[in-house]
Ligand binder design. Structure first.
Ligand code: F2R
Ligand code: MG
Ligand code: MG
Ligand code: MG
Length: 355
């Protein structure tokens, strides 16, 4: 199999950054009207050159700030680059120190307790604070999934992708409905990096991996304890397959079946569906937007946890289409985009070195 090129690594991190920064403008709104979203995006494009003047840059003076999604993704990447492999103690320390430095990035309500415990010198097991969350049930939020893209950008072996996606998520999310969402998102990025995978093969592979991932005792008991059917992620992937067989699916059906919420189960499948659906043109989205842009626009138009769904779908789409589909005006509107490009190059070098 040919190794993925640098363009896919840059596309992945840039897509994730775009999804977070653009999505954050709309996070938490139950309804996002498409005309409002499109008009906001138009404002990011360079103004037409003035008569006799220089070509203008991005219309916006200051950049769009990233949120916890990117702050934590950067810690994952920086830890992997510093240690050249997954190191739970180093990664946990970076999460906590980053939170301490910039606590107002929009973190989840409960996860901040994990950071506070990790910062205590008394903490000797970095997985323990996450296990204590929600009376010992652990968090099922999407925080493990939203930040996981760095793992498949370092590890090419699919068993390593699963193992380290899970461990990286377990630093904050001990409920299997949280960390299995991170495994699913990591697998999606891993598959998107591969050359020329069809929509059907992509989905079939995700289903077969997740049916295995979700079959262990803890996954079964966590799902049952929350009143879900067995193999909840796999079931939603099968629903995605049904949706993709239809020429269009009403937004209300997508929200009912897949969701737009803060739980991994109500957001990771939605991001994957958005990526796959937006491989084709959408009658509601102007044709001059490319597939990566369409993916991000579609995710945000669903409302709810827009930064996180768009960052996950953006990472997958960016890995699949590569940086050619990342519009410079959008990228340059985001905080820290140049550093993101440098990190992508370093990850690419580490990935190749490890092959
Ligand atoms: N926090 C947000 N957005 C809300 C508002 C931010 C905005 N700036 C504003 O102020 O308007 N976004 C970020 O949080 C999500 C990721 O959260 P994470 O890291 O998973 O955190 P946490 O706290 O572990 O879980 C999130 C919530 O899920 C519920 N929950 C999780 N497990 C639960 C359980 N076992 N039982 C009951 N509830 C559980 C809780 O409500 C948690 O607080 C991303 O959207 C990111 O962008
Ligand atoms: Mg966020
Ligand atoms: Mg180690
Ligand atoms: Mg969010």
């Amino acid at each position: 199999r040919p190794r993925p090129g640098l363009a896919r690594f840059r596309g992945c991190l840039a897509g994730a950054l775009l999804g977070d920064c653009l999505g954050a403008v709309f996070e938490g709104r139950s309804v996002v009207k498409l005309p409002e979203l499109l008009s906001f995006l138009k404002g990011l494009e360079p103004a037409p050159p003035e008569e006799g003047g220089e070509a203008a840059g991005s219309a916006r003076g200051e950049s769009l700030p990233y949120t916890d999604d990117t702050a934590m993704s950067r810690s994952v990447v920086q830890s992997l680059l510093a240690k050249q492999e997954f190191d739970e103690v180093d990664m946990a320390k970076r999460f906590a120190e980053e939170y301490k430095k910039e606590p107002n990035r929009g973190y989840g309500m409960a996860v901040v307790n994990v950071f506070k415990k990790l910062l205590s010198p008394k903490c000797s097991d970095v997985f323990e604070p996450a296990r204590a969350q929600f009376n010992g049930k652990g968090s099922y939020g999407n925080g493990g999934a939203m930040r996981v893209a760095g793992i498949p950008l370092v590890y090419s072996d699919i068993q390593d992708v699963k193992k380290f996606a899970k461990l990286s998520a377990e630093l904050t999310h001990a409920n299997s409905l949280g960390y299995n969402g991170a495994i699913l998102q990591a697998l999606a990025v891993h598959l998107a990096l591969q050359e020329g995978l069809s929509r059907e093969t992509f989905l079939e592979q995700l289903i077969s991996h997740m049916e295995h991932v979700e079959a262990d005792d803890k996954s079964l008991s966590d799902a049952r304890a929350l009143g879900f059917e067995d193999l909840p992620f796999s079931r939603r992937l099968k629903k995605i397959k049904e949706f993709l067989e239809l020429s269009s699916v009403p937004k209300a059906d997508v929200l009912f079946e897949l969701g737009n919420g803060i739980a991994a189960l109500r957001s990771v499948p939605t991001a994957i569906y958005s990526f796959l659906r937006c491989m084709d043109a959408d009658p509601d989205i102007p044709e001059h937007y490319n597939a990566l842009q369409r993916t991000i626009i579609y995710c945000i138009s669903l409302g709810g946890d827009t930064d996180t769904i768009a960052t996950m779908a953006g990472a997958i789409a960016g890995a699949y289409y590569g940086e050619e589909q990342v519009p410079p005006s959008w990228e340059q509107s985001c905080e820290a985009f140049q550093e993101t490009q440098r990190m992508a190059k370093s990850l690419y070098e580490l990935y190749c070195q490890r092959l």
